[in-house]
Design a protein around this ligand. Sequence first.
Ligand code: NAP
Length: 306
Amino acid sequence: MKTLAVTGVLGYSGRYIAGEAARRGWRVVGLTNSAGRLPNPEGYELRPMPWSSRENVLEGVDVLVNTYWVRFSYAGAGHATFSHAEAVENTKLLFDAARRAGVSRVVHTSITQPDAASPLPYFRGKAELESALAATGMPHSILRPAILFGDTPAESILINNMAWTLRHLPAVATFGWGSYGLQPIHVQDFAELALAEAEQIVPQRIVNAVGQESFTFRELWRELARSMGIWRPVVPVPAALGCLAAGILGRIVGDVMLTRDEIGGLSEGRLAVPGPAVGTRRLSRWLRENAATLGREYASELARRQ
Ligand SMILES: NC(=O)c1ccc[n+]([C@@H]2O[C@H](COP(=O)([O-])OP(=O)(O)OC[C@H]3O[C@@H](n4cnc5c(N)ncnc54)[C@H](OP(=O)(O)O)[C@@H]3O)[C@@H](O)[C@H]2O)c1
């Protein structure tokens, strides 16, 4: 039986990838720094991330699927601090551990339109890691999702919190005209893609991991509101004002709701790509199925890291 190691096995996409791997007959090893902090209902064998371990925790692993990354840099009070720069360095340690352990393939999660020249650290860091992985010489697949959704609203933080905003505010905003696109993919479609790539034999592949449907940001507000049976005006505001509003809302709910950089990446159109879709599950359908619970509770990124 082949062994697949997956980072974030107790988190969001990592848990779906581990489930799909187990169904396909892989022995699953979970890499995490959250053992004891997050539940492990499937009872996966857990190992610490390689940067906190003296031994090479990837010994005996055939394929590594990496989801590790941080959504934003954070140095506020009351929570662990983390940063994109640290995530880049840690991921390089992970790749190095995989190379030394003789892992035969790495499936790495990136982002749509990574860019080494971008001023946005998320997209720049992801581009740096794609190059670092290629430089190891290991066979690999790079998956580039734009935004994940499913199975529960609480897990789909960004979509759920848009729904929460619709429920709680008299109007919602686009940053500028909101005509830039997003191509969400269901997390189970993403997991199935990750496993197909784990079994891939082509030495190097890059796949845009995007779903069937594409929305402009303005259309996404409308689609959400329609499925929830709510009407709200969608008002175009300058990005700086949107950022201020997201900052104030974030303070009220004790979270980082949406960062300036995330608004930048979204409004630059980085979350949409030309070419074929790989997911089959549709966001519009999922929104209708989950309309009753979507946005009832705010989903906090910082609370997930406590
Ligand atoms: N979610 C989306 O909508 C979306 C959109 C585009 C791209 N992506 C990419 O998809 C991948 C997986 O995303 P996900 O939402 O499934 O991530 P996740 O489950 O929240 O986290 C995945 C992994 O990153 C670690 N991690 C996350 N935040 C951290 C922090 N602040 N400090 C230290 N470790 C942290 C987790 O560590 P522990 O094991 O210790 O918990 C876990 O190993 C990422 O590479 C992300 O860039 C996601």
